[in-house]
Design a binder for this molecule. Structure first.
Ligand SMILES: [Zn+2]
Length: 457
C-alpha cells in the first residue's frame, strides 16, 4: 500500500467521524477544484463551460453530459493530449492487455454498451488510490476484528465470479489482483456451467467471495442443497436488484456477512450497503444528484428518474454532472445505521422503463421498480426477467428455489396482471418463457428488457 493511499484512508476515516458538515465541505472544495481543472485542461469542458462564472461551487450550475456526448468528443474530453480514441480502441481490442497500463500510466476500462453506446474510461492513479481508500472504508464498515482474523487465518483466499474476456472493471481488477495475490485469487467465469463452478469453489475454499448478486443467489441454493460446502467470511456482491429478502437468504445459507456495493465504471467507488439495506454514497468523493427526466432535483424520499454524478477523483477524464441512467431513491433523513453519508436504493436502469399504449392510445410507462417490489412479495421466486416482445406483450423468464415453478408462475402472472391493470394495460398479454433468465454480454442479468427504441409504437 502506498503512502498516498494511507493518507486517503486517514482522510476518509476522519471525514466520516466528523460527519455531515465535513463531508459537504470536502465535496464542495473538491468539486470547485475539479471544475477548474477540467476548464483549464480539457478542450471539451473549456468550450462547454465558457459562459459559466469563474468559480463554480455547486454542481447545479453545470450543464449535463452523458456517455454518448462524451464518447463523441473523446479526444477533446481527455486532459492528456496523448490519449486518443484511436489509441484507446487499439488497446481495448487486445485481450492480452486486460489490466495492463494504458500509455504506461493509466487504467483503461470499458462498459459493455448493452443499453447503447459503449464507454471507454481512462482512470489515473489518484482515482485508483481513492477507490482503494473507499474499499477500505467499506470493509471496515462491514467486518469486525474477528472477521479479519478469520480472513487472515483462511490465507485471504478470494474467489471472484465474473464476466471474463473484456476490459470490464471487474476483469481489470481481477487481472491486477492476480499479480499481487497469485494463487490466493481464483477467477471464475459466470459462463462456466454451475456444476463446474461448484466443484472449483469447493476445491478452492474461499474466505472472500465476490459474485454478481444474481450469481450469489444461485450459489446460495447450491450451498443449501449441500452440493456447495464452503465457509466464506464475506460475500461482496455487486448490486443488480435481487429481491430484498434474497440478501438475507444468501447470508443464512453461507452463515457469512453479505455486503453489497453499487458502482459504475464512471465512478468505481460510488457506494456500499449498510445493515439496513441502504447504499451509502461516498459523497466526499462524488457528487450525486437524483433528478427527474428534465434534470430537476428530486427530494429525498421520492423516486428519481436518473442520477447525475460528478466524480471528484479522476482528473485525466473528468466526469462532471454526468447522467448515469440509473433510477434511484434517496432515503429521507439520516439512516438508522448511523452512517452520516447519504443513502440510496437503486431501482433499475431508466433504460429498463417499459413503454406501452393504452386502448385509448395514451402512452404509459412502468418503472422497473414496480416489478422489483412485486418479486419481493412472491415466495420461492429467485430471479425473473421480463422481456417486452411487442408493444402489447411481455415474456417472463423465471427461476425459483424449489420445484414448484407452476405456483410461482401463477403468483407472478397474478401480480404482473394486477400491476398492468392498475396502469390501464389489461390488453397486454403475458407469456411464460421456457428458458431461464439470460445474461447480457457483460455477464449481468437485466430484470426488464424493453423493446428497442425503433420498434416502440
Ligand atoms: Zn445505513
Amino acid at each position: 500500500m502506498t503512502e498516498h493511499v494511507i493518507g486517503l484512508i486517514w482522510d476518509a476515516w476522519r471525514t466520516r467521524r466528523k460527519g455531515v458538515s465535513a463531508i459537504a465541505q470536502r465535496q464542495q472544495a473538491r468539486l470547485a477544484d475539479m471544475v477548474a481543472h477540467a476548464r483549464a485542461n480539457s478542450p471539451y469542458y473549456r468550450e462547454l463551460y465558457r459562459g459559466l462564472p469563474d468559480r463554480v461551487e455547486s454542481a447545479e450550475q453545470l450543464p449535463v453530459t452523458d456517455k454518448k456526448t462524451l464518447m463523441a468528443r473523446f479526444d477533446d474530453w481527455c486532459v492528456d493530449r496523448e490519449i486518443t480514441l484511436e489509441r484507446a480502441k487499439a488497446f481495448v481490442e487486445d485481450p492480452n492487455l486486460i489490466g495492463e497500463r494504458f500509455l504506461e500510466k493509466y487504467t483503461l476500462l470499458t462498459t459493455s454498451g448493452t443499453t447503447g453506446t459503449r464507454g471507454v474510461f481512462v482512470l489515473d492513479d489518484r482515482s485508483m488510490a481513492v477507490t482503494s481508500a473507499m474499499a477500505f472504508r467499506m470493509l471496515t464498515t462491514w467486518l469486525g476484528a474477528g472477521d479479519f482474523i478469520r480472513i487472515i487465518a483462511g490465507g485471504g483466499r478470494m474467489a471472484m465470479v465474473m464476466a471474463t474476456g473484456g476490459h470490464f472493471a471487474s476483469a481489470v481488477a481481477a487481472a491486477r489482483l492476480k499479480k499481487s495475490r497469485g494463487r490466493r485469487l481464483e477467477v471464475l467465469s459466470v459462463h462456466m456451467p454451475l456444476r463446474e463452478l461448484v466443484t472449483r469453489l469447493n476445491q478452492f475454499r474461499p474466505v472472500l467471495l465476490a459474485p454478481y448478486a444474481s450469481m450469489a443467489a444461485l450459489l446460495a441454493s447450491e450451498q443449501e442443497g449441500g452440493r456447495l460446502h464452503i465457509n466464506p467470511v464475506l460475500l461482496a456482491l455487486s448490486a443488480e436488484g435481487l429481491p430484498e429478502g434474497e440478501y438475507d437468504r444468501v447470508a443464512r445459507a453461507f452463515r457469512a456477512k453479505v455486503g453489497n456495493s453499487y458502482a459504475a465504471t464512471e465512478c468505481p467507488f460510488f457506494s456500499y450497503s449498510c445493515e439496513h439495506g441502504w447504499l451509502h454514497v461516498n459523497s466526499d468523493w462524488v457528487v450525486f444528484e437524483p433528478v427527474d427526466a428534465d434534470h430537476r432535483l428530486v427530494l429525498p424520499g421520492e423516486p428519481a428518474h436518473t442520477v447525475l454524478i460528478s466524480n471528484l477523483a479522476n482528473r485525466v477524464q473528468p466526469i462532471l454532472r454526468y447522467d448515469l441512467g440509473d433510477s434511484v431513491l434517496q432515503q429521507a433523513g439520516p439512516c438508522r445505521c448511523g452512517n452520516p453519508f447519504p443513502s440510496i436504493r437503486v431501482q433499475g436502469r431508466s433504460a429498463e422503463v417499459l413503454t406501452f399504449r393504452t386502448d385509448g392510445g395514451d402512452r404509459v410507462t412502468v418503472a422497473p421498480l414496480a416489478f422489483g417490489t412485486l418479486a419481493d412479495r412472491i415466495p420461492g421466486l429467485q430471479m425473473f426477467q421480463i422481456l417486452q416482445t411487442s408493444p402489447t406483450s411481455l415474456r417472463v423468464r423465471l427461476q425459483s428455489h424449489g420445484t414448484d415453478l407452476d405456483r410461482v408462475w401463477e403468483a407472478v402472472q397474478a401480480g404482473i396482471g394486477r400491476l398492468l391493470a392498475e396502469h390501464g394495460l389489461d390488453h397486454v398479454a403475458l407469456e411464460r418463457a421456457a428458458e431461464p433468465p439470460e445474461q447480457s454480454k457483460g455477464g449481468k442479468f437485466r430484470q426488464v428488457i424493453p423493446l428497442p427504441d425503433k420498434t416502440r409504437s
